[in-house]
Ligand binder design. Structure first.
Ligand SMILES: C[S@@+](CC[C@H](N)C(=O)[O-])C[C@H]1O[C@@H](n2cnc3c(N)ncnc32)[C@H](O)[C@@H]1O
Length: 222
């Protein structure tokens, strides 16, 4: 009996050494830092795209919404893949860079703020908020100047700008933080005048007055 107990305890202690060894190697590869930051990133992305689609269906009806409302383009995918590559290279070569928790947590807070601003815009504008820019005036398209649109003219874009750049701050990715800021800013700096050309056409002086008293919401875009 005592022999078996001895054998059992030997096996248990050898097992636990082995298990600890496996866990140590596993945690080297997938450290707490990487697990937490990457989980936050994937949750942020999944929540953003699925909620965009669900809101579009809820507001415009399923028959008027396509998978394009998931807002996943080829360029967007490439940017996200680049940012993950940057993350893996940096966590392997300069792991200390990912340990600036105040930076990562600030990014997380801004991701939530950006998401909230964008979703407030979509809900406030309702049917007037379409993922494709309207170039013909439809009857149900009303000028929205209340709620979050009282403070900025493009809360949907401002929210996305904050959200996308902050995903990179959250990952402590310096190159992608700058890259995302430049690319997303340029995209909106071109899109806003184009969108407003039609809004001025649809709503005339009403839009002009609104634009005069309300900032765009995207930095350095008038
Ligand atoms: C993707 S939504 C973005 C809306 C807005 N730019 C924003 O960032 O919240 C684009 C559509 O919203 C419409 N839109 C933009 N501002 C609007 C406003 N203040 N009132 C009504 N429709 C607006 C545009 O005509 C366009 O078809």
């Amino acid at each position: 009996m005592s022999y078996f107990n001895h054998l059992l305890s030997n096996i248990q202690s050898e097992d636990s050494i082995l298990v600890r060894h496996i866990f140590a190697s596993f945690s080297d590869l997938y450290s707490y830092t990487a697990c937490r930051q990457l989980s936050q990133m994937f949750l942020a992305i999944i929540f953003f795209h699925i909620s965009e689609y669900i809101l579009a269906v809820a507001i415009h009806g399923k028959s008027n919404v396509t998978l394009k409302s998931l807002l996943i383009s080829k360029n967007y995918l490439l940017a996200m893949i680049f940012s993950l590559l940057e993350y893996f290279v940096e966590i392997s070569l300069f792991p200390a860079l990912k340990e600036y928790w105040w930076v990562s947590n600030l990014g997380l807070a801004l991701v939530l703020i950006g998401e909230l601003i964008r979703k407030m815009a979509i809900i406030t504008a309702g049917q007037s908020f379409t993922h494709l820019i309207k170039i013909y005036h439809e009857e149900h398209h009303k000028l929205i100047t209340h709620g979050i649109y009282r403070f900025v003219r493009h809360p949907g874009y401002a929210g996305f700008f904050i959200w996308s750049v902050s995903t990179q701050i959250m990952l402590c990715n310096p190159i992608s933080t700058i890259g995302f800021a430049v690319v997303v800013w340029r995209f909106f700096a071109e899109r806003i005048p184009y969108e407003e050309y039609f809004l001025r056409h649809f709503f005339g002086s009403q839009y002009e007055e609104y634009a005069q008293r309300t900032p765009s919401g995207v930095p350095f875009v008038k």
